[in-house]
Each structure stands twice: as structure tokens, then as C-alpha cells.
Design a binder for this molecule. Sequence first.
Ligand SMILES: [Mg+2]
Length: 367
Amino acid sequence: MTTILRVDARAVLLPLRGSFKTARSVHTHQLSVVTTVECSDGVRGYGSIDPSPGYLPETVPQVVAKVQDVLGPALVGIDVADPRSLVEKLVSIAPDSPIARASVELALWDLQGRLQRLPVHRLLGKARRSEIALVGWIGVLPPEKAARAAVDWVEKGFRALKVKIGQEPQSDCERVRAVRAAVGPSIEIRVDGNEGYDVNTAISVLRALRPVGLIYCEQPVTRRDFSGLATIRRQVDVPLMADEGIETEADLRDLVRCEGADYVKLKVMKHGGIWETYHMARIAAEGGLVCTIGHGFGTALATLAEIQVAAVLDRATDAHEMVGPLKLLDDVVVQPLDLSRGCVGLPDSPGLGGDPSPDKISQYAAV
Ligand SMILES: [Mg+2]
């Protein structure tokens, strides 16, 4: 029997390439957690989570403490053979700490894949795609700069773009129109309001943007306003995506009941890990929603976990958003993940598919 020997969580502070402004804050560094699970065979699995400050209630110090003091000790000595029962144990111990659970859960799947010499997507099911297309992002920029950024993405090979809106309606619209004019009709454009509008403003902005041809608008209004989303959805013919509003399975079922969206964004970190995200995606599909996987900031390990999930989904967008490593100057793996051409092949090496670097994890350790 192979059992869990030790679990260790460390905070790391990784430098970003410049700074990135969202509707919420400006980021120059990324504070992440790398969690290691070592089993009695001496094999190690690695996971990582990256909670942006203010986005979710769990902070990095809280996650480290929860893993070191609660989740890790509870797993030591347990048979690793059935990762799903380990996930259930994590949920029962820490039902209100999805991010701490995710940091351990990713490491457990990585470990399981390494022990079975299979990539995580093979442990989950059947891969539906061999390559994941990625979405390039454009922040709150003046129209000319946004257009230049869009052309840069397309020249690198990206075929899908996301433009941040949700601030000042007139300039938001000018930004999106400038991007469309710069890249032509064949590139997918989505917009993300990050909860920035009220219902009436969202309706008028999306009506004004209708000629631009948007694949969807993400979270135009405040997170819990599912009926507001439904109102917008009835009055404009731009499809809607829920993001901030979806944390739990119950949220997702409420959204479906309200008919508030056509798409939903799921994030491995936010929903407690790979297995719970996969489960949420199946509920979304049953409710007629199309999923996109990914979040804006993440190490290679967090990104690989999202790639593994996106690969096995039946009902998903072509392009996903796990582009965190593009924003990092360095990572916690030996070979950085190359996302620069707008797509990434499905890893076929055991586990998550990364090559974690203990040296880098020590080098960037946050005290
Ligand atoms: Mg979003």
C-alpha cells in the first residue's frame, strides 16, 4: 500500500512582467502557494494556487496555515489509491476553504498521475481535444493602445481576444470597436465587465456593441444579481457569461434556474480543485451552459491543471483563459510553459505535465 508521508505548503512571490490593471486592482507581483505531497514510495506530486488579492476570501497565509495545520495532517498515512475519496475527505474537513483544498488536490492528482504514469486527463476521462486555444487579454486601455495590443496578440497566433470593459461606457465601447477594427472579422472577441455596470448600463453598452460581433459578455453586473443577468439576456442578443457569481454547485444551479447566462467561467482554484471543477462543468452542461476554464494569474502548475480539465470537457468554448504564465517573469517549473503562440498542446507526461523546480520554489519563497 502506498500512503501519504507528508504534505507541505509554501508561499512564493513571483515577479510579473510589468503591471496589469483590472477594474479591481493593479498587480506587479503574484503571491502563490506551492503544495507538495510526498508518498511512501518517495514520489512527489505538486500543486499550486494563486488567489489574487481581494478576489476571493481566502488569502495566501490562510491557505498555507490550513494546509500545514489541518489538511496535511489529516492526509498523512492514508492510502493514495483512490484520489476521489481523498477529495471527499478534503471537502468534509474544509468545506469552506476551496482554495486550500485545491492546492492539496492538485498535488494529489499530480502524484496519482506520476504513480500510474498517466497524464491527469487520462485519469479523468477521454480527451476531447489535443490542443487548447488560448485567449489574449486587453486591459482598460485607450482605443489606440488597445488596438495595438490586439494586433500584437494576433501576430503571435492568438485567434481569440478578451477586452476589459465595465468602467466608463463611452470609452469602453470605443476600446472594443477599435480592437475589432484592428483585427478584422475573423478573430473571436469577448468582453469582461468584472461587475462594473448596473443592468441598464449593461443593456445600453451591449446594444451599442452589437455590430462588433461579440462571442459573449462576461459578468457585466454584480455577482449575485442572477435576475439582472436574466433581464439583460432577454433584452440584448449578446450572449452572457457568469464568472464572479459562480463559486459553488448551488450557485450554478441557481444561475441555470434563473436562465441568467449562456456561458460560465470555471476556475480550478476557486471550485476546490480538478475533480470539483470537472463535476461543476458536467452540471453546467446539463443546464445548457457552455464552459470556459481559466483565470488570469497562475503558475505553470495551476495552468496545467486547468489545461487537463479543459481537455476532457464535452461542452466548452474552443478558447480558454489559463494564460497566467504569460504574465510571469519566472515560474516554479524547470521549463517554463510556452503559451506565447496562442495555443498549448495537451501534455502527455505523467501527472499535471510540469517539471517542478525545488530550487525555484526555494528561491522565490515568501517569508
Ligand atoms: Mg472575469
